[in-house]
Design a protein around this ligand. Structure first.
Ligand SMILES: C[S@@+](CC[C@H](N)C(=O)[O-])C[C@H]1O[C@@H](n2cnc3c(N)ncnc32)[C@H](O)[C@@H]1O
Length: 299
């Protein structure tokens, strides 16, 4: 069963304005919220190319599409969007597209998956925060092998965690005796590193560390920069790039990227679009979303 509710779907579709015969790329298929909404508008003559690193999302979408009349209009690719140019070239040849959307981060389905370690609530889950749904040991490797200094950097830079030094120290102390294998072990270590009053604040005490480790595991910031610079070259004149991000590090990259490319793109959203209060009430996961849009000016 899929739990993910697409964020700002109505707004995204309004900006993308998909119409019959048009071509789009969804760089983060997830549960397919955007892909299917776009597909219904562009088919039967248009196409949607949807990418996701997580094989499960591809399988789910395959099952959903196979009995429908639009099955030939959706191309599903299990890959990293950092390879966007090659993927587009392989499937769309040299055809330029009308819009490219990124809905960053992870889906609710991934968060709830007990075989993965994205949620600090799933204490028995393995320390695996790789979007790629394999038995990757990357997160576990980082936690158990990276030098203390590197851990501090990750927790500080990617999680803006004020107790980064203490947490890194505690991780190193613990791992000397025993390998850190589960979410629960890491949560305990983080808790122990915090002054008591910070263990009970509004935001769960492990939130920042988990975000930081997830970003480091997946090279999220580097991949986003790589993909954005490729996306621009794939657009038709007036084609749009939409990026929905969920933390300030990603949003900053998008904001600067659009600013730095104003010779090629018009910034449509001077300020980021955020979900309505009504949407946040209905879908709590949307609360930190920020959407930015730019339009390719054409050469
Ligand atoms: C927020 S979810 C997308 C949800 C989707 N828009 C929907 O409405 O169902 C983000 C998705 O992006 C995927 N993802 C994250 N980084 C990726 C990358 N570098 N390349 C490809 N997919 C990625 C994740 O696996 C996840 O499925």
């Amino acid at each position: 069963m899929q739990h993910h509710i697409p964020v700002m779907l109505k707004e995204s579709i309004e900006y993308l304005n998909p119409q019959k015969g048009k071509y789009f790329i969804d760089c983060t298929l997830g549960a397919g919220g955007y892909s299917f909404a776009i597909l219904n508008k562009v088919a039967p003559s248009g196409k949607v190319l949807s990418i996701d690193l997580d094989q499960k999302t591809i399988e789910n979408a395959k099952n959903k599409i196979k009995k429908t009349k639009f099955k030939n209009n959706l191309i599903l690719v299990n890959d990293n969007f950092k390879n966007l140019s090659n993927i587009a070239e392989k499937h769309f040849k040299h055809k330029k597209v009308d819009g490219i959307i990124f809905d960053l981060g992870l889906s609710s389905d991934q968060l709830l998956d007990k075989d993965r370690g994205f949620s600090f609530q799933n204490t028995n889950s393995p320390l695996n925060m790789d979007f790629d749904n394999n038995d990757s040991d990357k997160t576990k490797f980082i936690v158990n092998n990276y030098p203390e200094k590197e851990l501090v950097k990750i927790l500080k830079n990617y999680g803006q965690e004020r107790f980064a030094k203490k947490i890194a120290k505690e991780i190193v102390f613990f791992r000397k005796r025993k390998e850190i294998k589960t979410v629960g072990q890491l949560v305990k270590i983080i808790k122990k590193s915090m002054p008591v009053k910070f263990r009970y604040s509004r935001i769960h005490f492990a939130t920042r560390s988990f975000q930081a480790l997830r970003i480091a595991t997946n090279n999220e910031l580097e991949n986003l920069e790589l993909a954005l610079s490729q996306a621009i070259n794939l657009l038709k004149k007036k084609g749009k790039i939409i990026v929905i991000s969920y933390h300030s590090l990603e949003d900053r990259i998008v904001k600067h990227f659009f600013k730095d490319h104003q010779n090629l793109c018009k910034i449509i959203t001077k300020k980021p679009i955020v979900p309505s209060d009504e949407e946040v009430v209905k879908n709590h996961s949307s609360r930190s979303a920020k959407m930015r849009v730019c339009e390719y000016l054409g050469l």
